[in-house]
Design a protein around this ligand. Structure first.
Ligand code: SAM
Length: 253
C-alpha cells in the first residue's frame, strides 16, 4: 500500500492517489451512454430540482450582457444547458471534463438543440485548467468534486480562472441527518442503486463506487473550510432534501 501521504479512497477502498483518476475514468466510460437516464431513475427526477436551485444561484443576466460560465466536471452538459436557457443572448458556457465519452454525449445534445455556438466542450483535468486567469464570471461543479483526486487543486484552479466578483457554486451529495430517513437512504443507496445500475448500465460496481464515494466526501463544514483555504470569501452552504445534497457558494473578491 502507498504511504499515508499519497493514499486516497476509491469508494471505501484505500488506493494509491496516482490510481484514483484512472479508476474514476473507468466508471464514467462505462456508464456515459446511460448516465442521464440513470440520474432520473436514481433520484426520481429530483436531480433536476437540485440543478435548478444551482442555476438560480448562478443567476445569469437575462438581458444581452456577456456572461461566461465554466462548468467543471460538466459531463453531459446538464448545468451548461440550463444556465444558457436561463440567461440572455450574451450567456456562454464552457464545459470541461476529463472523460471524452461523457463530453461526446454532451456535444451531441448541444448539436441536437442548436446550442453548439453557445456551449463549448473541452477535455481537460479540473486540477490543471489550460485556461487564462480571471476569465469567467461563474464556475460551477455539480456532483463532480468528489470524483476529483486532488480536491484542493481543483478548488485553487476554479478560484484562479474566476474574475474578481466571480461566483463559485458546487452541488454535491451530503450526509442525511434526519432520523428515520438516514436508515431508509442507506438501504436505498447500498442495495437498490447498485442493482438499478446493473440493470440499466450493466455495471453495478460503478454505482457502488458512486454511493461509497458520497460517504467518503467531507462533511459540509469541512468542505466549506476547504473552499475558504482556496481563497473563496463569503462561503456558505445550504442543505436540500433532508441533507441528501448540499449547495456550496463562495466568491472571488
Ligand atoms: C457524476 S458526474 C457529474 C456530471 C455533471 N456535472 C452532472 O451534474 O450531471 C462526474 C463527472 O466528473 C468527471 N471528472 C472526474 N474527475 C475529473 C477531473 N479530474 N477533471 C474533470 N472532470 C472530472 C467525470 O468524468 C464525470 O463526468
Amino acid at each position: 500500500m502507498a504511504s499515508a501521504g499519497d493514499a486516497t479512497y476509491f469508494g471505501f477502498q484505500e488506493i494509491p492517489l496516482r490510481d484514483k483518476q484512472r479508476r474514476v475514468d473507468e466508471v464514467f466510460h462505462s456508464v456515459a451512454g446511460r448516465y442521464d437516464v440513470m440520474n432520473d431513475l436514481m433520484s426520481g427526477g429530483l436531480h433536476r430540482a437540485w440543478k435548478d436551485v444551482l442555476v438560480t444561484a448562478v443567476d445569469p443576466p437575462r438581458n444581452g450582457r456577456p456572461f461566461s460560465l465554466l462548468d467543471l466536471a460538466g459531463g453531459t452538459g446538464d448545468i451548461a444547458f440550463r444556465v444558457v436557457a436561463e440567461g440572455g443572448a450574451g450567456t456562454r458556457a464552457t464545459v470541461i471534463d476529463i472523460n471524452a465519452d461523457m463530453l461526446a454525449v454532451g456535444r451531441a445534445r448541444a448539436l441536437e438543440r442548436g446550442l453548439d455556438d453557445a456551449i463549448a466542450f473541452a477535455e481537460c483535468n479540473a486540477e490543471a485548467l489550460p485556461l487564462p486567469d480571471r476569465s469567467f464570471d461563474a464556475a460551477t461543479i455539480a456532483f463532480g468534486i468528489r470524483n476529483v483526486p486532488r480536491i484542493e487543486q481543483a478548488l485553487a484552479e476554479a478560484y484562479r480562472v474566476l474574475r474578481i466578483s466571480g461566483h463559485f457554486l458546487c452541488l454535491e451529495f451530503s450526509a442525511v441527518d434526519v432520523p428515520g430517513l438516514d436508515a431508509l437512504y442507506d438501504f436505498y443507496s447500498f442495495n437498490l442503486i447498485p442493482a438499478l445500475g446493473q440493470a440499466v448500465t450493466g455495471d453495478g460496481g460503478a454505482y457502488r463506487y458512486l454511493v461509497e464515494s458520497i460517504r467518503r466526501f467531507p462533511r459540509p463544514d469541512i468542505f466549506a473550510d476547504m473552499m475558504r483555504a482556496a481563497g473563496f470569501a463569503r462561503v456558505s452552504h445550504r442543505l436540500m432534501s433532508g441533507g441528501i445534497v448540499a449547495l456550496y457558494s463562495g466568491w472571488r473578491l
